[in-house]
Design a protein around this ligand. Structure first.
Ligand SMILES: C[S@@+](CC[C@H](N)C(=O)[O-])C[C@H]1O[C@@H](n2cnc3c(N)ncnc32)[C@H](O)[C@@H]1O
Length: 226
């Protein structure tokens, strides 16, 4: 079994009401994510992130996956030789599927899951060699604070995906915000300016490169000087 450590879930000033994340990221959503992964493996964006980490050396590395969902990046990086992984989530809905996937991959004893907002409570989680954020900055109102927190927890590498900032992604996010607003939740998605996000990582001491330009998702890497 993966270990779920529930950090102080009092007020998390960095984000909207953390309970709001359980609405769009429901247990049904978690079941779909896990089923898709079992059926088809990593999607292209997730595979691009894993490839970036593996290309820079994954053996024995510690991984912090922020906004992990069911934790497929951690599972894949552990399979490829990472030493241990910590999965951070705000939603409470992923735990059953995350534990099942980790068990099936035989990596349960090397994954810890925590519920915490790294912006509001940076001490909730220890630094790691590699920090990954897949489709997470678009789910958090303060991209600068989130990436500063991510960078301050990364000893070697930060890899993130984010929506390509154009009319298509803005339209997708606007429609999905309108749909989730109907449920009364305070959760909203965002298309943050990508130059600001990459500048933030750079200012925090990483050499930053955009390594994938997708129709919807871009991937960027920040390498800390060794
Ligand atoms: C679109 S989902 C992506 C899940 C997974 N990374 C994937 O690609 O399938 C974004 C996730 O980020 C989580 N999240 C957003 N901001 C977060 C934060 N500050 N700390 C931890 N999790 C966060 C949300 O709860 C949500 O589950």
């Amino acid at each position: 079994m993966t270990r779920l450590v529930v950090a102080d879930t009092g007020r998390m000033p960095g984000c909207c009401d953390p309970g709001a994340y359980d609405v769009p990221f429901s247990e049904a959503n978690a079941r779909r994510d896990a089923a898709r992964y079992r059926r088809r493996g990593l999607d292209r964006v997730s595979a691009a992130i894993v490839d970036q980490v593996v290309a820079r050396g994954v053996e024995g590395r510690t991984v912090l996956e922020i906004g992990a969902g069911v934790g497929v990046l951690s599972v894949e990086l552990l399979r490829r030789g990472a030493g241990s992984a910590t999965c951070l989530e705000l939603a409470t809905t992923y735990e059953r599927e995350a534990a099942a996937l980790a068990g099936e991959a035989g990596v349960s004893d090397r994954i810890v899951r925590r519920r915490a907002d790294i912006v509001a409570d940076p001490a909730a989680v220890a630094p790691a060699d590699v920090v990954v954020l897949n489709r997470v900055v678009c789910c958090y109102p303060d991209d600068v604070a989130l990436l500063e927190a991510a960078a301050s927890h990364a000893r070697e590498l930060v890899v993130l995906s984010f929506p390509r900032p154009d009319g298509l992604t803005r339209a997708i996010v606007a429609v999905s915000n309108a749909v989730v607003a109907l449920s009364g939740t305070s959760f909203r998605g965002y298309v943050h300016p990508w130059t600001r996000m990459l500048d933030t990582l750079q200012r925090c001491g990483s050499a930053v490169r955009l390594v994938r330009r997708g129709l919807v998702w871009h991937v960027a890497v920040g390498v800390r000087p060794g």
